[in-house]
Design a protein around this ligand. Structure first.
Ligand SMILES: [Fe+2]
Length: 274
């Protein structure tokens, strides 16, 4: 795995180090899955061959460093009992926090690449995430942990939308008056995000209007999501948004009202917070 190191200056009471990973895309299957899904898993494993070794590397790295770890989603490539079993083992061994990714509600095959299945997939998103939450034993839609006087918040934006309920939870954390590191699967659009703009939350339509119809359906934010994104951008306490989804490592530091760090596949970020 690649190891990248960054420092974020947010006004921590006590400096600390944490680890950030994203987009492991476990693509395992076993006899509990249909032959069709097993064939699909074998195909997907070609793209994410690093995943099993990455899980072991992360487990050992957390053990060695003793640092807390946050995962910004797509831990699973799609929902299978075997993927859930492996992910749960990592959660239990590392006490990992996690924000849901768009693959955490993907019952493949045949509910993402076929446009006909898309409305049903999105309607069932929170049901699927609840299934994964039961499997992993953690909340992947919203969680908060205070470390060194800083609130680390994981919030679900995995379908390019943020729910009113999660926004209220974010405001409740913010009322504590502590600096916030906000972890979401999909990065927030920034004029400095470059070629990843089409994969970002609240991107201007010109970045995705020529994409596949499924992507246009997915990436068009509702009015509330646009308001929440503006709120995040203007919050004096949200110091950095950390995300994944693009599968590339990107840093937007000192250019916008708040910093952004995107962590790509097969990478551990070791971030010092001061
Ligand atoms: Fe991903």
């Amino acid at each position: 795995m690649n190891i990248l190191k960054n420092t974020l200056s947010v006004g921590a009471e006590t400096p600390f180090v944490f680890l950030h990973v994203s987009d492991i895309h476990l693509s395992e299957s076993d006899e509990n899955d249909s032959p069709e899904r097993r064939a699909f898993a074998a195909d997907r494993k070609r793209d994410f061959a690093f995943a099993p070794a990455a899980v072991e590397f992360i487990r050992n790295y957390v053990k060695k460093t003793g640092s807390p770890i946050v995962n910004t989603g797509d831990m699973l490539d799609f929902i299978t009992p075997e993927n859930i079993r492996i992910a749960r083992g990592l959660v239990e061994d590392t006490d990992m926090m996690m924000a849901a990714g768009n693959h955490e509600y993907w019952h493949c095959p045949n509910n993402r690449f076929s446009y006909d299945d898309v409305p049903e997939t999105y309607a069932g998103k929170n049901r699927s995430l609840a299934e994964v939450e039961r499997g992993l034993g953690i909340d992947i839609r919203f969680s908060c942990r205070e470390i060194g006087g800083v609130n680390l918040v994981c919030m679900d934006d995995s379908d390019y939308h943020i729910d009113a309920e999660l926004f209220e939870k974010l405001k409740t954390v913010e009322a504590e008056g502590k600096p916030i590191l906000l972890f979401m699967h999909i990065p927030l659009y920034s004029a400095h995000i470059g070629r990843e703009a089409k994969f970002s939350l609240n991107a201007p339509p010109q970045y995705f209007e020529n994409c596949h119809p499924v992507d246009v359906f997915e990436r068009t934010p509702d009015e509330l999501t646009c308001q929440i994104c503006d709120y995040i951008r203007q919050s004096p306490l949200i110091k950095c948004v950390l995300s994944g989804h693009t599968h590339a490592n990107t840093e937007i530091l000192g250019l916008d009202a708040q910093d952004q760090i995107i962590t790509g596949c097969n990478t551990i970020r070791e971030i010092t917070v001061i």
